[in-house]
Write a protein that binds this ligand. Structure first.
Ligand code: CMP
Length: 139
């Protein structure tokens, strides 16, 4: 079924001008970028986005990092987009990521891992609504 997922190109990647190369991987995999903007999050906004991780030891570091440089937030659409995007991203820890994936090629560490992607339809809906209004979503 056609799905939408929320993707973030993280500060380590925008800083190194990797937005185009990462978008090329999404598009080559059949994911359509139906909405996209470059924004600079505050630490508080990053904290709300990652609230599910609030009790983790890396939470503070994660929020600082996400607010350190601009990010590109985007909505990817396609058949099975949530799983497909996770395939293109590769494992959270770049040391475990399969060859050819975004994280294998570009990520610097488990924390600075270049991209985020929603993990399920419910979280995708919440995460998309956090960054985009209905008017910004053109199919
Ligand atoms: P993401 O898919 O954006 O979801 C939560 C993020 O927390 C994850 O990618 C990593 O960037 C980060 N993260 C997960 N584990 C660690 C860790 N052990 N140390 C630092 N950051 C982590």
């Amino acid at each position: 079924a056609t799905e939408r997922t929320l993707s973030i190109i993280k500060p380590d990647a925008t800083k190194r001008n990797l937005t185009g190369k990462i978008n090329a991987k999404f598009e080559e995999a059949g994911l359509r970028i139906v909405a996209q903007k470059r924004i600079k999050l505050t630490k508080e906004q990053a904290g709300v986005f990652y609230a599910v991780h609030a009790e983790r030891p890396f939470y503070d570091e994660l929020c600082e990092f996400m607010a350190s440089e601009p990010v590109v937030v985007q909505v990817l659409e396609g058949d099975g987009a949530i799983a497909k995007n996770r395939e293109v991203m590769g494992a959270t820890n770049p040391a475990d990521a399969a060859a050819g994936t975004v994280r294998a090629e570009f990520a610097e560490s488990v924390g600075e891992n270049s991209v985020h992607g929603s993990d399920a339809p419910e979280t995708a809906a919440v995460e998309i609504a956090y960054f985009f209004s209905g008017l910004e979503l053109v199919g």
